[in-house]
Write a protein that binds this ligand. Structure first.
Ligand SMILES: NC(=O)CCC(=O)C(=O)O
Length: 316
């Protein structure tokens, strides 16, 4: 069952009971563009930058473009509220929203619009908007798992001091397939990806800004894990490391395929370094079918055994 939510997302019902069979979209082979942007203190500059970068991706053939987490605002607690926009009240008054909508319609592409700080009803959210080729908003995902960390002598950062957490998973039907959306720290939670896979997603897009402290060890690992576990494509897009702020960003925007050259599962097929760049790579959703044929995880899954997880969680 598909439901329209208050936040405008076409969200697939969140129960695990019904497994959506894989259905490939009409266009199942196309190019994706990942715009790894350098984010400055100058919001206007960030917007111009994003528009130019989307154009570069389109010129290289991208039909689906992904932007980074916080592409219009430095990734810093000090700036989130100052740079936030309200996308619901008057969309024309939101320059970032309008830019994404116009870019999508002008180029006739689907845009997973990274994330931006959003004001709504007095709450601040870390929000990703997805636009279709007609420029209309198709979905809005609010980061579900906020990034709070305290690593002694290294990094201390608490998104939850500023942001409220979203509480809805987001899967959106687009011409470029059924897209699950997560924002950065959301990628660490296999349950969310499993839910998207169960609901027939072809790709999960995670705009992200992993830190230098955790990026080297975890960024590639979690992308490949989500792709391999779920036999699905995973795309990530980060700001570049030279972005403004004390928070140092890992970068490395990437595309991971469920299978590569017949056998390799969860293989990185395109990636970047830490500098500003646009990564354009080909997606072929038939790789999902191939990998699920090669190793039919879904048939082998033992839900009867995993029942204990739910039961143990239910205990006080
Ligand atoms: N912006 C984020 O959510 C960062 C997440 C991160 O770095 C992690 O290690 O998790």
């Amino acid at each position: 069952m598909m439901m329209a939510t208050s936040s405008n997302s076409m969200v697939v019902n969140t129960s695990f009971d019904a497994l959506s069979p894989l259905k490939l979209p009409t266009i199942s082979k196309f190019k994706i563009g990942l715009c790894q942007l350098s984010v400055t203190l100058d919001k206007n500059q960030n917007l111009i930058h994003a528009r130019n970068s989307i154009k570069v991706a389109v010129e290289q053939g991208a039909k689906l473009v992904v932007l980074p987490e916080m592409w219009n605002c430095p990734y810093s607690i000090d700036y989130f509220a100052k740079y936030a926009e309200d996308f619901d009240d008057d969309k024309d008054a939101s320059p970032s929203f309008s830019l994404l909508s116009e870019a999508a319609s002008c180029h006739g592409i689907t845009i997973v619009g990274g994330s931006m700080p959003e004001w709504n009803d007095g709450q601040l959210y870390n929000t990703c908007c997805v636009f279709g080729p007609d420029g209309k908003l198709k979905a809005k995902h609010r980061k579900i798992h906020l990034f709070d960390t305290d690593i002694q002598g290294d990094i201390s950062f608490k998104e939850s001091d500023t942001f409220s957490a979203g509480d809805e998973p987001t899967i959106v039907e687009t011409e470029m397939g059924r897209i699950g959306v997560g924002i950065c720290h959301d990628i660490r939670f296999p349950e969310l990806a499993l839910l998207y896979r169960a609901k027939g997603a072809h790709i999960i897009c995670y705009p992200g800004a992993f830190s230098m402290s955790t990026g080297e060890l975890f960024w590639e690992l979690v992308q490949r894990a989500r792709a391999a576990d779920n036999q699905i494509f995973v795309a990530t897009c980060s700001p570049s490391r030279d972005s403004t702020g004390f928070y140092k960003i890992w970068g490395h925007s990437s595309l991971v395929a469920p299978v590569f050259e017949q056998v390799l599962s969860g293989e990185m097929i395109a990636t970047s370094g830490c500098e500003e760049t646009v990564v354009v790579a080909e997606i072929d959703y038939s790789a999902i079918e191939l990998q699920r044929h090669n190793i039919p995880l879904e048939r082998q899954r033992r839900r009867d055994v995993y029942e204990f997880i739910n039961k143990s969680e239910a205990e006080p």
